[in-house]
Ligand binder design. Structure first.
Ligand code: G4P
Length: 529
């Protein structure tokens, strides 16, 4: 096997999707602990503050050097190179999260054993499901009593239409968590609560289910219960089907406790074995195989603020094929220009290091002074473009103004660059709504970030005037009909995005729905067509 194939084969690039508080930070920390990337869990903990991100996020970011937006963690474990794409926990940064999921090859859906599927789990699942991303399920917090596991999995299927295939199963007396049973190995892993609150690896002894010590170790009740449940699972009779898993229809499911580390290592091992390595990706010209020696990649995220004074920003590029080498010259397909990628960085938790090479599945950070945009393709020399990085329909809108008219140019320049970065979406109103641009955001917190950055990076102190619109739909059709539709009633207005495409803002779900239903000659889209 050549080097490229070997590197592709051992890469696993994934993201964790969950509702806040399910334990994503804790699980991330434990995966890094097992990967040897950190020695004592707890160092990622500061990042938990991001959950509480409110308008003081900038202070937080400056003081702690943390980022409220996503980063990438790379670590090695048993011969695998793992890229864990971290996604912001705060729902206000959901656009960032959605885009990050596009760079992942699989996802781990983390559930709280008492709460099952929650609102944010559902939203993030939808994004993965649309792309048919293979999904693992990890039911967390099993160290304390939760819902009936069978019921929980049934609820997941009813709610998301995702079938769960248990790989491990919790062993408990109903009140006390004793361990997990590994259905693939037919082994029992007994849980021992360490004295250090999960700072180090869990003690984990695996015993064959048929070992004569098992009934005694579990106690009669838990043992009988386990045997009954195993039988029920076997009776359900479903064989694990890899094709269904790879299509995102069946989810290998695990039980454990990130806090105490229990069940984390058995999960990690099976995960690495089953999760797909980087897969072929479609472009407008051809399907790109990861083992194609010609380098390709795309920008899925741009993060600024690393040093606001220099407008230094980092473009996160997911490598899709070939070998990336530092200093390499690549083609920036959108502009046709050649770019030298001088000092790419790689990420481990909060530290960045300079790298010499990267392979498909890896994420590299490229220093950028405003050339790159989200969705841009970089390639060896081919004129191909990766698609599929959607923009999401904003839910909050505000007119943006600078009190000082001399700053208007700064404002426009700032808005142009920030919208390229994906920090906010900018719309231009037709005359009815006035000349000031309108900014749209998926989460309200994005506005705070926007104002702060306009002031500090572009010297444009702006103010927002919130608008009551809540939904946006891009619209296609006869121009006259579009104007008639937009002006023929209350609660809607016509604007254009930065590429001149028309869209309508609606003040309520009802106005939007009735308009879309009535206007049969027009086509409405929830993301830019
Ligand atoms: P998030 O990133 O998904 O928002 O969740 P995070 O890891 O911050 O965990 C949320 C809370 O759940 C934390 O408690 C954490 O300790 C707890 N937790 C995570 N995993 C487990 C688990 O396996 N078992 C139990 N029992 N709890 C778990 P907290 O009270 O908010 O913080 P702390 O005081 O424990 O630090």
């Amino acid at each position: 096997m050549n080097r490229l194939s070997e590197e592709v084969r051992r890469r696993r690039t994934f993201a964790i999707i969950s509702h806040p508080d399910a334990g994503k930070t804790t699980l991330t920390e434990k995966l890094l602990l097992y990967g040897g990337a950190i020695h004592l869990a707890g160092s990622v903990k500061a990042r938990r503050a991001e959950r509480h991100a409110t308008s003081d996020w900038m202070k937080m970011e400056q003081e702690r050097g943390i980022s409220v937006t996503s980063s990438v963690m790379q670590f090695a474990y048993q011969g695998f190179q793992i890229n864990l794409l971290d996604t912001p926990g705060h729902a206000d940064f959901s656009e960032d999260t959605y885009r990050t999921l596009i760079a992942a090859d699989s996802a781990v859906m983390l559930l709280d054993n008492r709460k099952g599927v929650e609102e944010r789990t559902r939203q993030l699942f939808e994004v993965c499901h649309r792309r048919r991303t293979p999904i693992f399920t990890f039911v967390n917090k099993c160290d304390r009593p939760g819902g009936e596991p069978l019921q929980l999995l049934d609820d997941v299927e009813k709610d998301l239409g995702l079938r769960c295939y248990p790989i491990t199963w919790p062993i408990s007396t109903g009140n006390t968590f004793l361990g997990v049973y590994d259905r693939l190995q037919r082994q029992v892993h007994l849980f021992e609560r360490g004295a250090d609150h999960g700072q180090t690896r869990a003690l984990d002894e695996a015993i064959e289910l048929d070992d004569p010590r098992v009934p005694e170790l579990l106690g009669e009740d838990a043992h009988t219960r386990l045997l009954e449940e195993i039988e029920l699972l076997e009776m359900a009779g479903t064989e694990f089907n890899t094709a269904d898993f790879l299509a995102g229809e069946v989810s290998p499911t695990f039980f454990g406790s990130a806090l105490t580390n229990f069940g984390v290592e058995p999960f990690l091992k099976v995960f690495l074995d089953m999760a797909p390595p980087p897969m072929p990706r479609e472009t407008d010209v051809r399907v790109v195989e990861p083992e194609d020696p010609r380098f390709t990649g795309f920008v899925f995220k741009i993060q600024a603020n690393m040093d606001p004074k220099h407008r230094d920003r980092i473009a996160f590029v997911r490598v899709c094929s070939g070998r990336f080498a530092a200093g390499m010259q690549v083609k920036h397909v959108r502009t046709g220009k050649q770019l030298r990628l001088a000092a790419p960085t790689q990420f481990l938790a909060r530290d960045r290091t300079i790298i010499e090479e990267a392979w498909p599945g890896d994420v590299i950070g490229i220093h950028d002074r405003g050339t790159l945009r989200i969705g841009d393709t970089l390639s060896d020399d081919d004129d191909l473009e990766f698609g599929g990085i959607p923009r999401f329909s904003p839910e909050h809108f505000a007119r943006i103004n600078v009190p000082d008219p001399l700053r208007r140019k700064h404002l426009d320049e700032g808005l142009r660059q920030l919208s390229e970065e994906g920090a906010a979406q900018v719309f231009y109103a037709d005359s009815i709504a006035g000349p000031a641009p309108i900014v749209g955001a998926v989460g309200i917190l994005q506005f705070d970030v926007l104002l702060h950055r306009l002031e500090h990076e572009y010297n444009a102190k702006a103010r927002l005037e919130p608008l009551s619109y809540r939904h946006a739909r891009w619209v296609e059709g006869d121009e006259r009909k579009i104007h008639e539709m937009a002006s023929g009633g209350y609660g809607r207005t016509l604007v254009h995005d930065s590429k001149g495409r028309p869209l309508v803002l609606f003040d309520s779900e009802w106005t939007m729905r009735t308009t879309v239903e009535r206007e049969k000659d027009l086509v409405f889209y929830d993301a830019a067509p």
